[in-house]
Design a protein around this ligand. Structure first.
Ligand code: NDP
Length: 464
């Protein structure tokens, strides 16, 4: 039901072009946001040609505009008694199909544009999960690295003192992301509960003893590998014996490695912002346990892996290089699981040259626009982030359901639901790509599949 029309309807290409020009003019110096919008718009040409009602309702102009942007001061005392000041954000992007939902990122690179790109992606990703969740994202330029537990706690308490005014179990439900794991969610939840005097499912990724869901820590990595297994299945292939490249060594990477081992693959790399580990013998369960202890408990650097396992090679990050040596190692499958734009056009060319068969994105927007085009042109199996890494937020949705029903599902039950959701997301993307005349192009499948549900809800709900 379209409730409004706009004069001067243009052909879809011109309409998209004019909205893109306005996005760049209205949001200057936000290249990641422009990139995320341009990628989605590229797929939507196919939809607008069939559905002029979206243009009449000026859906594109509306969907790129956050419903609300919050930006606030976060003052805190460090261990020496000095005052520190960081900037906090929450982007409430779209609530057409459910409360805002999306993670909090604590990293020095965080700025408004990065969080807007993440919130925009989240809208389509959450729609693909089949669960009723809108899209949001937030965080701070606070760097938890090198901070004591007490400093992290004081920062989280100050951050939540402002954020609590704007969130709630039926309004906005944040979760973790880079730099925000179980420790930070605990401190944030504690302060919310203290200020609001209520014990509710306001955050996901909570501890198991106080409202968390089994499998939530594992969900993004497991989900990404389940999605990739479906991609291989579409070519009658499997993970058995496949050599796999994984970047990062945080939450997503750790459980990607674990599920790859479960399915018979051989992961050979991990990394952090200081460098890459290449272990030609493969990262087995004992080595994975070492990584988890190193990263989650000791909060150390990945180079320690090569000190411990002598056959492994450590390659330090060289910012002068325009490519990452990790993506130049010959393998069958690649799982970028660290951060945005970590695969440049040169990296993509290296992967394709070395015969990569599959790329499944655990991180958000890890491939540049040109890298994405190269994967599509090379016709390899390419699973874009908003589909491949949706298992994390899907399991957050399952945590919300358990909190509302005051129930706890078993590990097997949550894992089974996660697995079925990832199969359904792959099927939706695969079939949508075919329906719109681009078979095998899961980028189009994910963008269009995610868009349609949100756009139709926006039409139904009128001009809000
Ligand atoms: P973590 O903080 O647990 O781990 C991040 C990893 O990536 C670390 O190894 C980190 O290295 C590395 N990294 C971060 N920034 C950079 C950078 N600029 N350059 C090089 N390496 C970097 O985060 P997650 O595993 O949770 O998140 C990883 C990615 O997955 C992000 O893109 C996130 O948005 C995405 N994601 C996460 C979900 C989740 O459930 N956690 C859900 C969906 C997507 P170092 O330790 O040196 O910083």
């Amino acid at each position: 039901m379209a409730v409004m029309t706009s004069p001067g309807v243009k052909v879809p290409g011109d309409y998209i072009e004019s909205v893109m020009i306005s996005v760049k003019a209205k949001n200057p110096a936000e290249p990641e946001f422009h990139q995320a919008v341009a990628e989605v718009f590229d797929s939507l040409r196919l939809v607008l040609a069939k559905h002029p009602e979206y243009q009449s309702a000026r859906l594109l102009e509306r969907i790129v505009e956050p419903e609300r942007v919050l930006m606030f001061r976060v003052p805190w005392f460090d261990d020496q008694g000095n005052i520190q000041v960081n900037r906090g954000f929450r982007i409430e992007m779209n609530s057409a199909i459910g409360p805002y939902k999306g993670g909090l990122r604590f990293h020095p690179s965080v700025n408004l544009g990065i969080l807007k790109f993440l919130a925009f992606e989240q809208v389509f990703k959450n729609s693909l999960t089949t669960l009723p969740m809108g899209g949001g994202k937030g965080g701070s330029d606070f760097d938890p690295k090198g901070k004591s537990d007490n400093e992290v706690m004081r920062f989280c308490q100050s951050f939540m003192t402002e954020l609590q005014r704007h969130i709630g179990p039926d309004t906005d439900v944040p979760a973790g992301d880079i730099g925000v794991g179980g420790r930070e969610i605990g401190f944030l939840f504690g302060q919310y509960k203290r200020l609001r005097n209520e014990f509710t499912g306001v955050l996901t990724g909570k501890g198991l003893g106080w409202g968390g869901s089994l499998i939530r820590p594992e969900a993004t990595g497991y989900g990404c590998v389940y999605f990739a297994a479906e991609m291989l299945k579409s070519k009658k292939d499997s993970f058995d014996g496949k050599l796999c490249l994984v970047s990062g060594s945080g939450n997503v990477s750790q459980y990607t490695v674990e599920k790859l081992l479960d399915l018979g693959a051989k992961p050979v790399t991990v990394s952090d912002s200081n460098g890459v580990i290449y272990d030609p013998d493969g990262i087995d369960r004992e080595k994975l346990a070492f990584i988890i202890e190193l990263k989650n408990v000791k909060r150390g650097r990945i180079r320690d892996y090569a000190d411990h396992y002598k056959k492994a090679i450590f390659m330090p990050t060289d910012i002068k290089l325009e490519h990452n040596p990790l993506w130049n190692i010959k393998a069958d499958c690649a799982f970028p699981s660290a951060t945005q734009n970590e695969i440049t056009a040169r990296d993509a060319a290296n992967l394709v040259k070395n015969g990569i068969k599959l790329v499944a994105e655990g991180a958000n927007m890890p491939s540049t626009f040109d890298a994405t085009k190269m994967f599509l042109d090379a016709k390899i199996l390419y699973g874009p982030a908003k589909a491949a890494n949706a298992g994390g937020v899907a399991t957050s949705g399952l945590e919300m359901s358990q909190n509302s029903a005051r129930l706890t599902w078993t590990r097997e039950e949550v894992d089974d639901r996660l697995h079925k959701i990832m199969i359904a997301i792959h099927q939706n993307c695969f079939e949508t790509a075919e329906k719109y005349g681009t078979p095998g192009n899961l980028v189009n499948g994910a963008n269009i599949g995610g868009f349609l549900k949100v756009a139709n809800a926006m039409l139904d709900q009128g001009l809000v």
